[in-house]
Design a protein. Structure first.
Length: 140
């Protein structure tokens, strides 16, 4: 099964989560801001992202807008934040416009300054990897 993990990050949580998931799924984690972050015939695309001022990073939104939906069957969204308010997050809308099936979504506890300091911790990251593996195995 073809699987790719992508992330956009400001403080490194999404990178850690993406790398842990990639290791579990024997895939590679790519930062969307890098040129090599391309999709080709993916059965599963895992997207890891934080939110800032209620929104995802503009570079991730741009990357998703440019995504060739014909190259991705299923997507799994792993979001991390302090408040878990995703009203302004457009990932699902964009994927749906492109005909990509949402295979799952998970919320990971993030932190900001003193709020929820130390999160995501090892356990949070492991839980995200467990969930990704569960979804991956269902699609196999
Ligand atoms: C500049 C900044 C703005 C943030 N704004 C929000 C926000 O509006 N709502 C929220 O729930 N979390 C907010 N957070 C918390 C992050 O979404 C959370 O820590 C996430 O895990 C960060 O992911 P990253 O380390 O991959 O950048 C903010 C964090 C930073 C650094």
């Amino acid at each position: 099964m073809n699987c790719k993990v992508v992330y956009a990050t400001m403080t490194g949580h999404s990178r850690k989560i993406a790398e842990s998931i990639a290791e579990r799924l024997e895939a590679v984690a790519y930062n969307v801001k890098n040129q090599d972050c391309e999709v080709m015939n993916e059965d599963l695309l895992v997207i890891c992202a934080g939110i800032y001022g209620g929104k995802i990073k503009p570079e991730l939104e741009a990357w998703l807008e440019n995504l060739d939906g014909g190259q991705v069957k299923n997507a799994l969204i792993i979001m991390s934040s302090v408040s878990h308010n995703y009203e302004q997050v457009r990932i699902k809308d964009i994927l749906s416009e492109k005909g990509v099936t949402l295979a799952g979504e998970k919320d990971v506890q993030g932190s900001f300054l003193f709020m929820k300091f130390g999160r995501p911790n090892k356990n949070d990251i492991n839980e995200a990897a467990d969930y990704a593996e569960e979804i991956y195995n269902k699609l196999k």
